[in-house]
Design a binder for this molecule. Structure first.
Ligand SMILES: Nc1ncnc2c1ncn2[C@@H]1O[C@H](COP(=O)(O)OP(=O)(O)OP(=O)(O)O)[C@@H](O)[C@H]1O
Ligand SMILES: [Mg+2]
Length: 270
């Protein structure tokens, strides 16, 4: 048949409705200057970033490019020098106390490279900590901790102390603790940085599974391009700015392309 069916042609011209992505956190013009020493350091320069519900974002960049500083600003662990922050579309000033603590308790889960578990508390009590701080009842805490232990596969180890666990197991506990209060966003600063390749794989698969099952929004800072291949979006930082963004197709070519981009950013070419 020659020529195009007019109905088909008309339908082709109807714009496909884009799935509306709900924004969780947005920053505009985020700037951080550390000026305690004689030489001020500009750690973030006018960063604009929107994080959407359910996405997994990886942040890569050279050492000192501002990745951890960004996570500290997003989590209100530290305050920016200037810039705006929006929480579910509403501009909020979350960086002053007591708002900062309230914001962190309600919206943020944080995972560190060095796990940061409380040594004197067993696995269950470490995981329960955010709920204790939130003032939940013992019964509520018990139910949620049980669920979290199952999610990260650590039920068997619930009465153990952190010192009795491997690095991967400690990170599982730290992830459970970060997620127990059902945060709007999970921020992870090099969560696999202290782990070997196999354990990195285990932890990555756990994070991906939680991202999918719980639709948990996540931002993962990593030096490892392999880790970044699991993300939906990869942001590249250089000298306090996002200098490149890569949207993952999630096929075999991703690792190579991410490595290429990381290499040119590491060389300082933009
Ligand atoms: N508390 C601080 N006081 C002074 N300068 C700081 C502070 N924290 C970070 N900086 C500086 O800000 C810049 C960005 O640091 P940041 O820790 O965010 O880098 P990064 O990208 O996380 O690096 P890495 O990959 O090594 O962890 C660096 O120049 C660092 O020295
Ligand atoms: Mg860092």
């Amino acid at each position: 048949m020659s020529g195009q069916n007019p109905l088909k042609k008309m339908m082709n011209n109807i714009p496909v409705p884009q799935q509306k992505l709900k924004e969780v956190l947005r920053v505009e013009g985020l700037t951080k200057v550390f000026d305690k020493s004689s030489q001020p350091i500009q750690a973030l320069r006018q960063v604009d970033l929107t994080l959407y519900e359910g996405e997994m974002v990886a942040i890569m960049g050279t050492s000192g490019s501002g990745k951890s500083t960004l996570l500290h600003m997003l989590s209100a662990i530290d305050a920016p020098t200037s810039g705006k922050m929006f929480v579910f579309g509403e501009q909020r000033d979350v960086h002053l106390e007591p708002q900062a603590t309230i914001f962190r308790r309600n919206h943020i889960g944080f995972v560190f490279q060095s796990f940061e578990l409380l040594e004197d508390l067993n696995v269950m009590d470490n995981i329960a900590m955010p709920l204790i701080l939130k003032g939940l009842t013992n019964k509520e805490i018990e139910i949620l901790v049980k669920e979290a232990l199952d999610q990260v596969g650590m039920k068997k180890w619930r009465t153990h102390l952190p010192t009795e666990l491997s690095g991967g197991q400690q990170q599982r506990v730290a992830i459970a603790r970060a997620l127990i209060a059902k945060p709007s966003i999970l921020l992870a600063d090099e969560p696999t940085g202290a782990l070997d390749f196999n354990t990195t794989n285990d932890i990555l698969h756990l994070l991906v599974q939680l991202n999918k099952e719980l639709q948990q929004t996540m931002v993962i800072v990593t030096h490892d391009a392999y880790v970044a291949t699991f993300a939906d979006r990869v942001l590249f930082f250089h000298d306090g700015q996002i200098v490149d963004v890569y949207t993952n197709k999630k096929d075999e070519s991703d690792l190579e392309e991410i490595l290429e981009k990381f290499k040119y950013i590491a060389r300082g070419e933009q």
